[in-house]
Design a protein around this ligand. Structure first.
Ligand code: ATP
Ligand code: MG
Length: 416
């Protein structure tokens, strides 16, 4: 069976002892049944939130209105949620009210998919599976609990979650569940962009991201939040999806690989802002997209490649080469050897940590002023730029004495 962490078992045992019904629910049951160690263990119980609070020494009232209490067991936090059903949904976003329930089946029936609607008690070994979750797990199918059109109309995020789970688990969508997505797109349109983005990121980071992206396109979801990709011609979209498999698995790398040949850096920024990505992510994706067509550098000299490194920043070289490689692999695999040779040269230059900016020059502004016998003046900036260009050409020149001589003859040659 599963190795449920001790603190979680202790919480379940205590609630059981007090006479309450108590189960592990949701993702941890699904993952345990398919032989994957769960990320986290969610506990559901018939005990009311106040009863849960009273049953343990240390608790945090995380979301009492929704019935969630966090039980602190040493360094482990265990989320315990009272069985609940949800009242009417307002405008496809959030339920207007929750009702606490005594029956686990009521709690399971509000959940999104059959594979997420199972409950298991690791002490009594009781498994509650009222909607055929085990069967769908075996058939590798994502299927709504009850009517898909109704469930997608209650919460517009669910269609996005359906596709996300299909991509993450390498499952397919049940035909009825898939057919309900185009029908309920008006509800999906109302969902807050950050909730859509969270699911989109999980899909993008999954093993079957190309399949997930295709499913987003065929169901119409993509057109709602990423029309730039949804409206690209079929071949461009296919290449973008293929490139999105970029490794290592990282949001910025995968987003940049997906978008590099579809949008400008400016449009990438608009997409990032629209989906409320963090500014840091948006900036990095823009930078990666700006330089993604690395193949145009294959014949560059070392000095030209150092200038490229100066623009990209050493910290971004790994990510940039991943994006560039994934693009070429998708578009023209015959060019992979020359791309790999270029990547090898870039990494070789990067590991030698060449001076790439004015602040890495062996002669700083003060030393330049002293050498030239001047105070702060525009000539200091000009001299700095001159020295940096020479050092980018030839890093071994970056020695204080050498740069002093160079800056003196530079002044002489310009006759000032
Ligand atoms: P993951 O491994 O990605 O965290 P998970 O199944 O734990 O998968 P969560 O988003 O953490 O997914 O949600 C926990 C559980 O809550 C789900 O398994 C499902 O039963 C229920 N759930 C979450 N979001 C919804 C929703 N929008 N509608 C209905 N039920 C939901
Ligand atoms: Mg979870």
């Amino acid at each position: 069976e599963a190795d449920v962490p001790r603190p979680v078992l202790d919480v379940i045992a205590r609630l059981h002892e007090l006479g309450h019904a108590v189960f592990l629910v949701g993702g941890c049951v699904r993952d345990t049944l398919r032989g994957v160690h769960p990320k986290d263990f969610d506990v559901a119980t018939s005990a009311l939130p106040e009863e849960v609070q009273r049953a343990f020494r240390k608790v945090i009232p995380t979301g009492i209105q929704h019935g969630t209490v966090t039980v602190v067991q040493g360094s482990t936090h265990v989320e315990v949620t009272t069985f609940r059903s949800e009242g009417d949904y307002h405008d496809g976003r959030r339920p207007s009210a929750v009702t606490f329930e005594q029956d686990i089946v009521k709690d399971l029936s509000r959940r999104d998919f059959t594979i997420n609607a199972m409950a298991w008690n690791p002490l009594t070994h009781e498994l509650a599976d009222p909607f055929g979750g085990q069967q769908d797990l075996k058939a590798r199918v994502v299927r709504c609990v009850g009517s898909a059109v109704e469930r997608f109309s209650e919460d517009g995020l669910r269609p996005m979650r359906a596709v996300r789970f299909a991509a993450v688990l390498d499952f397919t969508l049940d035909p009825g569940t898939q057919a309900a997505i185009p029908e309920t797109l008006p509800v999906f349109r109302k969902v807050a962009h950050e909730r859509v983005r969270e699911e989109f990121v999980k899909l993008l980071l999954s093993k079957r991201e190309a399949f997930g992206l295709e499913l987003l396109a065929t169901t119409g979801l993509l057109d709602v939040f990423l029309p730039e990709l949804a409206r690209a011609d079929a071949e461009a979209a296919r290449l973008a999806r293929t490139a999105a498999a970029a490794e290592p698995v990282d949001v910025e790398i995968r987003l940049a690989a997906l978008l590099a040949d579809l949008v400008t850096p400016q449009q990438a920024e608009e997409i990032g802002v629209r989906l409320k990505f963090p500014t840091k992510t948006i900036e990095r994706v823009k930078l990666l997209i700006s330089h993604a067509a690395l193949e145009r550098h294959v014949a560059d000299s070392d000095p030209a490649l150092r200038r490229l490194l100066a623009k990209v920043g050493l910290a971004n070289v790994e990510a940039l080469t991943s994006v560039a490689r994934a693009r070429i692999q998708a578009r023209d695999p015959s060019r992979l050897p020359e791309m790999d040779a270029l990547i090898g040269r870039l990494h070789g230059l990067a590991v030698s940590k060449p001076p790439l900016s004015a602040k890495e020059l062996a002669l700083n502004g003060g030393a330049i002023m002293a050498t030239l016998g001047v105070g702060p003046s525009p000539i200091v900036g000009e001299a700095t730029r001159f020295l940096l260009e020479r050092v980018l050409d030839e890093p071994s020149l970056n020695e204080a004495e050498t740069l002093k001589e160079m800056v003196l003859s530079w002044r002489q040659s310009r006759g000032s």
